[in-house]
Ligand binder design. Structure first.
Ligand SMILES: Cc1cc2nc3c(=O)[nH]c(=O)nc-3n(C[C@H](O)[C@H](O)[C@H](O)COP(=O)(O)O)c2cc1C
Length: 373
């Protein structure tokens, strides 16, 4: 039974008609890094979700690690996103922008002035970026060696996130989600085996490991209010060759408590065990990520089936369930669940890049969600 998935939820004042979230997914269709009509159509088709979280939107040029990702740092991008949020709102939907800084998972060719990508450390790791190959075609390239952010630059990065949050507000988003998962800039600070800094943002003590993330959270909360801010994390993830960190449990318990103390809208846990990582440990950690009496909702994503998700909500372990790949192939996912219809499978060949194929041409099979023209 999946009925509980289809019950309403109050997300810190934003009423969600169901507990079904569309997980953030980079689709790399924005050739000019600006959302366009196709982007608006794609999200409008999925407006039946309880909540949409957009693909990662870089907060600055420095935050870019993939070609064709629509950012939130120029006026043109804000206008482009405004069309997207209008289209989603017109269809009765709710949408948060995912704010993204890839940290070291970038390449000098994508960085301002051809400079090195930034991280917590200047130790190189085996990341990749999505940039131009020597023959000019887009493809995976080894990430360039990073440079460690200076302590006095952290305020500037926090300001970039705050500015992107203000841009998201101007673009009509209901809120924002900070992408602190899967190897990108925040994880470089949170992981004690990567973060070898000797200063107050270093990996040695819990307070220092959390400091970068919490300073960015606070800068964004100051702009939007805590009720409009979520944070995505991926405890125990090894995506992007992140090393296993024996301090991860301590780090994420404490981070969850800090976010709950700030009364954030939600903590979004990405269980990456389907891509590398320990799913059992993530599940075991869930109760500790939801402090007693807190109002911060807990969202889970990663290989969920509708029945599995409903069981977790029914057991009181999570509040909301996020679906990624199912949302690619089932734009009317909620309506299909309501009607008890089978789900279509998405084609990985069209996940990233390309055109309308595999993007806006998956049909809605329920009358409730006819595609906009
Ligand atoms: C094509 C694709 C792009 C993704 N891009 C992002 C992204 O931009 N930000 C993010 O946090 N996660 C991203 N993810 C991870 C998804 O949000 C989700 O957590 C993951 O697919 C697991 O959920 P699923 O098993 O329901 O697909 C992406 C996943 C896919 C398949």
């Amino acid at each position: 039974m999946t009925d509980v998935l289809l019950t309403p939820f109050d997300l810190r004042g934003l009423p969600l008609p169901t507990r079904v979230v569309m997980a953030p997914m980079t689709r790399a269709r924005a050739v000019r890094e600006v959302p366009d009509d196709l982007t608006a159509r794609y999200y409008a088709q999925r407006a039946g979700a309880g909540l949409i979280v957009t693909e990662g939107a870089p907060v600055s040029r420095e935050g870019v690690g993939y070609l064709f990702t629509p950012g939130l740092h120029t006026d043109e991008q804000v206008t482009g996103w405004r069309h997207v949020t209008d289209a989603v709102r017109d269809r009765g939907g709710r949408v948060f922008a995912q704010l993204w800084h890839v940290g070291p998972a970038s390449h000098v060719s994508l960085q301002p002035g051809g400079r090195a990508p930034v991280s917590s450390t200047d130790r190189a790791r085996a990341d990749t970026a999505f940039a131009r190959l020597p023959d000019g075609t887009p493809g995976r390239v080894p990430a360039s060696a990073p440079r460690a952010l200076r302590a006095d630059e952290v305020a500037r990065v926090a300001a970039d996130f705050a500015a992107a949050a203000t841009n998201a507000d101007a673009a009509g988003f209901h809120g924002v989600e900070l992408h602190a998962a899967t190897q990108y800039l925040f994880e470089q600070f949170l992981n004690s085996r990567v973060n070898d800094r000797p200063d107050r943002y270093g990996g040695r003590t819990l307070a220092d490991r959390l400091r970068f993330t919490l300073e960015v959270v606070d800068a964004v909360v100051e702009r939007l209010g805590a009720h409009r801010v979520g944070v995505r994390v991926s405890p125990f993830s090894t995506v992007g060759n992140m090393p296993e960190d024996d301090k991860a449990e301590e780090t994420y318990r404490a981070l969850a408590a800090e976010l709950a103390a700030r009364d954030l809208a939600y903590l979004h846990v990405h269980d990456t065990s389907g891509f590398g990582g320990d799913g059992d440990r993530v599940r075991a950690l869930l109760p500790a990520l939801r402090p007693e009496g807190g109002r911060t909702a807990l969202v889970l994503a990663g290989g969920l089936t509708p029945t599995g998700a409903a069981d977790l909500i029914g057991a009181g372990l999570i509040d909301l369930a996020a679906f990624g790949r199912p949302y690619i192939a089932n734009p009317d996912l909620v309506q299909r669940l309501r009607a008890g219809l089978p789900l279509a499978e998405a084609d990985p060949a069209t996940f990233f890049g390309g055109d309308a194929t595999g993007y806006v041409d998956y049909p809605a099979v329920t009358g409730a969600a006819r595609h906009p023209a």
